[in-house]
Design a protein around this ligand. Structure first.
Ligand SMILES: Nc1ncnc2c1ncn2[C@@H]1O[C@H](COP(=O)(O)OP(=O)(O)O)[C@@H](O)[C@H]1O
Ligand SMILES: [Mg+2]
Length: 355
């Protein structure tokens, strides 16, 4: 059963206008997220993978309702909260409930919105920036409970101790320390404990290990994996590293310039990629290229990522696509028509006319 359904999400930021634009009545947009759809099942870890600037963080921020509503230019985020939260929202804002128990997240207001913010949590990339340096570990982890008015003092104490334990920090050792007395890995674990204390159904982790030393990455990933298993939490894991994605995710969505261009089970996408962009991404990481797939080595890619303000017409990957050059028969179509996600196998979709 799906816990989250993202449908045709669009986030466009207006570009600041120059005098000439004003005079000509022109308004351009950074099309950061340009029609993104995917589902996440209960207990699943879904990965969004792609180069820097392809819209991963903006997608996460939109799901978290951290984007100005005015900048969301289309699409829906449907979320199925736990039963008690759902019935609470039914009372608070019945209009936000859509078919069969999903909440239209971006339509929620007031208290209903606050309840959703409890159910969906985000871990940031930067364990230093996301923790208030003046607060002790105990207060950092307790704060979300206070904000959401949860529990008595004793209940909160117990919840904090449990959350610290879940991320493998001994409560008695760490509770009274300040963030500067912690290592990077410990700080990221405190940040994770802070989200766990609310017992969310869905956790978004935006490059949670990319700023950590390699030696402590495994430790954080292990903590996340255990949480997923013991709590049945769903996770959206964001990374630019497809090798890492394969290692920790059930399914992967590859993003390019604001769109998901390929989506499949993690093993399938790495061993049998269909989209020319995915092939190039994988061929750049020799470690993940399967031995018997020599054809995947050194798949070239041309030029640089175009600006998200001027997205190519037709297939947005076309200007960088080597397969396009090699297939004159299909070029007209690639130039004119944008391919949607087409089914290329079991649970495997690719947005390419050549598939
Ligand atoms: N608040 C914003 N205003 C304008 N442009 C933005 C804003 N946030 C992100 N962008 C642009 O949107 C695109 C996608 O950014 P982002 O979602 O951060 O990508 P990623 O996380 O994949 O690196 C980039 O071109 C980025 O410069
Ligand atoms: Mg990002």
């Amino acid at each position: 059963m799906e816990v989250l359904k993202v449908q045709g999400l669009k986030v466009w930021f207006p570009v600041r206008k120059g005098l000439l634009d004003v005079l000509l009545g022109r308004q351009e947009f950074v099309r950061a997220v340009d029609g993104v759809s995917f589902n996440v099942s209960r207990g699943e870890t879904f990965c969004l993978v792609g180069e820097s600037g392809c819209g991963k963080t903006t997608t996460a921020r939109a799901i978290m309702m951290l984007i100005d509503r005015g900048d969301v230019r289309g699409g829906k985020v449907l979320f199925k909260p736990r039963e008690e939260v759902l019935s609470e929202i039914k009372k608070l804002q019945p209009s936000a409930i859509v078919d069969s128990g999903y909440v239209d997240v971006l339509a929620t207001r007031g208290q209903a919105n606050k309840l959703i913010r409890r159910e969906i949590q985000l871990i940031f990339q930067d364990p230093f920036g996301s923790i208030n340096p003046r607060m002790r570990v105990y207060d950092v982890v307790e704060e979300p409970l206070i904000i959401h008015g949860i529990g008595s003092r004793e209940e909160r104490e117990e919840a904090v101790a449990k959350a610290l334990e879940a991320v493998k920090l001994s409560a008695s050792d760490f509770m009274y320390r300040f963030p500067h007395q912690l290592s990077g890995g410990q700080r990221q674990r405190v940040a994770i404990a802070r989200t766990l204390v609310l017992n969310p159904s869905l956790l978004l982790a935006d490059e949670p290990v990319s700023m950590l030393d390699v030696s402590i990455r495994a430790e954080i990933l292990q903590v996340l994996d255990e949480l997923k298993k013991t709590r049945g939490m769903s996770v959206i894991f964001i990374t630019h590293d497809i090798a890492l994605a394969r290692y920790i995710c059930d399914r992967i969505g590859v993003m390019y310039l604001g769109k998901i261009v390929e989506i499949a089970r993690a093993d399938e996408i790495v061993e049998n990629p269909k989209h020319p962009y995915t092939k190039a991404l994988i061929s750049a990481v020799p470690d993940v290229v399967p031995e018997n797939r020599k054809v995947l080595r050194n798949v070239p890619i041309k030029g640089e990522v175009p600006s998200a303000v001027r997205i190519p017409v037709g297939c947005r990957f076309r200007p960088r696509c080597v397969a396009f050059d090699e297939n004159p028969g299909i070029q007209e179509k690639c130039r004119k028509e944008e391919p949607g996600l087409l089914r290329v196998g079991e649970e495997h979709y690719s947005a390419c006319w050549l598939n």
